[in-house]
Design a protein around this ligand. Structure first.
Ligand SMILES: Nc1ncnc2c1ncn2[C@@H]1O[C@H](COP(=O)(O)OP(=O)(O)O)[C@@H](O)[C@H]1O
Ligand SMILES: [Mg+2]
Length: 483
């Protein structure tokens, strides 16, 4: 396998998938699709792949078909492909590409593919035809990769009745870095600082580079100053980024409504009904925005692990939560350079609305990848849920529920129930609530080995630390960030 170049941080799995697809020796052209939100490093990966393996790389621009074909021709010539006459149609271009690759598998990347489809809507059908029986792909070993950022367009490429559906033998989604990788990428080793930073900048690689001019918080004490220098600073691109994220999705035609939906979620409304009432619309009217935001990978619908049919929505991009909770309500003062005052006023909100829920998310990510030793088994599904406590007329919210893999004919195993608290030392009262929830769930789940887990950003009370119980897990910041 071709080694990953050093300038590409992490992305080992993506690299392995890409190189094995690219080097697949099987005869016949093959199709791959690479998608992911803008600024996650798709182009970097594509350029690294084509230069490491001798492939061809075409970045598309937003242009008419005629201009695109001309620059495509020029680009082919530049990359050493003989072109006898200017390409007049995509049929010509694709069959030339397929015939130009020779006997060895070779990557051909078309980056920003949605731009081409916009100018030439029939391009996916043309590619389908050339890949199909009798097409020019039959004798080729081209490994054609269509890459693009417009998530809704890229999703539609392979969906339903789309011509390319069922054609792709590689479907790669380039996601933001996980919270641990993000900390390493930023070079932050203090876990407390890493959580705060991740609650704003998330795992988007570009936010550490161009967007803040490489400014990283030196240490925890520098965090507030860093916030003022970067995300709350109108002169830094990070300041306006959350607004642009929505503007970039072609399916989002009414940004005001979409921002309102995101604002609703950021202020703690997580169900369809409560989002609708916050926004002042009927539930049915926000169904479409919720779907589009989900397809754009900006929010995620998380089913309740204990109540069938219920689910909560959460934003998957931390910067959006930060913008909607902290920046948008005070936009005027921020634009007029009063970031100091805004941050002083909004800091408590930052901890309650942004960091608190974000910390729960981090704990769920931790649980998903937990080693078998942590919960006594390999996690099957991780999520949140609410347990109804009818006798006490209350509900117990479970931040981190871990179910074992499904085994036919047996009740599902509950590996762990957990609560996450960023700003509070945790102790026996938290364990008691979790134990109550475990008892209430024991008629539907096998809870015999269920581990009660406290995830704390602040530490643990002496009494729980002193007690040794294999069915209790105390998970602190260092544990969350241990590689
Ligand atoms: N794995 C990575 N290692 C180092 N830098 C990265 C990585 N991924 C992305 N970047 C940087 O982030 C920025 C955005 O990457 P880019 O490839 O343009 O994203 P996309 O094509 O997904 O919009 C660039 O500055 C790029 O160098
Ligand atoms: Mg790109």
């Amino acid at each position: 396998m071709t080694a990953k170049p050093d300038h590409v941080f992490d992305r080992d799995r993506e690299w392995a998938g890409l190189t094995s697809f690219t080097q697949n020796p099987h005869p016949g052209a093959m199709l791959g699709v690479v998608s992911g939100r803008r600024r996650q490093g798709k182009s970097l990966l594509m350029e690294a792949l084509t230069s490491a393996t001798g492939g061809l790389y075409f970045p598309a621009l937003e242009q008419t078909e005629a201009i695109t074909l001309r620059s495509f021709t020029a680009s082919l010539i530049r990359q050493g492909i003989a072109v006898s006459q200017p390409l007049r149609s995509w049929e010509d271009a694709i069959s030339l590409l397929f015939s130009a690759t020779g006997d060895h598998p070779r990557a051909i990347v078309i980056d920003e593919f949605p731009f081409l489809v916009k100018a030439s809507p029939s391009l996916p059908s043309i590619i389908q035809r050339e890949l199909g029986p009798g097409g020019s792909g039959a004798g080729s070993r081209a490994r054609l990769i269509l890459c693009g950022s417009a998530m809704t367009v890229m999703g539609q490429l392979l969906a339903g009745q789309a011509p390319l559906r069922g054609r792709a033998s590689l479907e790669l989604l380039v996601r933001p870095f996980g919270y641990r990788e993000a900390a390493a990428f930023w070079g932050v080793s203090d876990p407390q600082l890493a959580v705060l930073l991740h609650a704003i900048a998330g795992g988007t690689p570009a936010y550490r580079r161009e967007f803040v001019a490489f400014d990283t918080p030196a240490d925890l004490a520098d965090f507030d100053a860093w916030v003022l220098r970067t995300v709350l600073n109108p002169q830094r691109p990070l300041f306006r980024e959350a607004r642009y994220l929505l503007a970039e999705e072609p399916d989002i035609r009414d940004p005001a409504l979409y921002h309102s939906v995101l604002a609703a979620i950021a202020s703690g409304n997580s169900t369809n009904g409560s989002i609708a009432s916050y926004v002042g619309r009927k539930s049915a009217e926000i169904t479409h925005p919720l779907t589009v935001l989900e397809d754009s990978a900006l929010i995620a619908r998380q089913p309740d692990m204990f109540r069938a049919g219920r689910a909560v929505y959460r934003t998957t991009e931390p910067l959006i939560t930060f913008y909607e909770a902290i920046m948008q309500p005070d936009w005027y003062r921020l634009e007029s350079g009063q970031a100091d005052a805004v941050w002083r006023d909004q800091r408590p909100t930052f901890f309650s609305r942004v960091v608190g829920p974000h910390f729960e998310d981090i704990c769920r990510r931790f649980a998903e990848n937990a080693a078998p030793g942590v919960f006594g088994g390999i996690p099957g599904e991780v999520g949140q849920g609410v347990v109804n406590d009818a006798a006490n007329r209350s509900q117990i919210e479970i931040d981190v529920a871990v179910r074992g893999p499904r085994e036919p004919g047996r009740p599902p195993r509950l590996l762990s129930l957990g609560e996450a608290k960023w700003g509070e030392a945790m102790g026996t009262r938290h364990l008691a609530r979790l134990a109550r929830a475990r008892d209430l769930l024991s008629d539907r789940f096998d809870t015999s080995d269920c581990v009660l887990a406290c995830y704390s950003g602040k530490g643990f009370d002496h009494d729980v630390l002193a007690a040794h119980d294999s069915r209790v897990a105390l998970i602190g910041l260092a544990d969350l960030y241990r590689p």
